[in-house]
Design a protein around this ligand. Sequence first.
Ligand code: ADP
Ligand code: MG
Length: 267
Amino acid sequence: MSPKTQPSAAEALKQVTHLAAALKAPRISQAAARLAEHARDAGWTHEDYLAAILEREVAARNASGAQLRIRAAGFPAVKTLEDFDFDFQPTARTPLQALASGAWLTEHRNIVLLGPPGTGKTHLATALGVTAARQGHRVLFATATEWVARLGEAHDRGRLPAELTRLRRYGLIIVDEVGYLPFEQDAANLFFQLVSSRYEHASLVLTSNLPFSSWAGVFGDQVVAAAMIDRIVHHADVITLKGASYRLRDRGIDTLPSIKAEQGSID
Ligand code: ADP
Ligand code: MG
């Protein structure tokens, strides 16, 4: 920077700081100051310089938006696809890699993760939710039992349709542990309404330790279960996880009778 241009450059940066504050974008003034000398040295055009500054602001806003969406989603713990050891679950690698682009969300497709306890269903459901949040989608995570309680409350206040409409503004709803507890008739109907209201409008991720053939027992009614599975699976990827619990790996207790029974039930 030549001594001659310094005072006016400093003056201009001061004005940038003021204007950036007015725009509630303080990072613009930081980037403007940080990049000015580099831009001059590297011979950037005015356009290059402006683009570089705005790009940093946009990247920072997207990152903080993603953080907010991840926090608001209510994940039991934040887990990512990068944390997942696909060597332990090799058949899931290709389908999960294909989902990382997020195209399934804009197509309003669903994903169903099936498998015995400890095989990574909640981990992968969360990881898909984190990816969706990073891609700009609003996400909500809860167990099937929690969803039913929440919808039941809305129903009791006469606000079920409004709640279902509100929930459609979320690009992704995750329902963990379908089938962990069987539903009463009312609960099954509420759950059916959730599935119907999202059908072809917005995505669902569901996890279950039961194969579809056992869902009639969960929903207490063959007809309701069949209608529900039909809507869920019509545009869905069904990914079946297999094997022993990751929680129990290396402990030599993956041959517990209960685990053998679970594995038998899903195959
Ligand atoms: P599930 O919901 O199928 O019962 P979880 O997703 O809760 O299983 O997995 C149990 C624990 O093991 C979690 O802490 C999860 O992060 C971890 N886990 C499971 N599978 C894997 C894997 N393949 N790689 C890394 N961590 C895993
Ligand atoms: Mg789980």
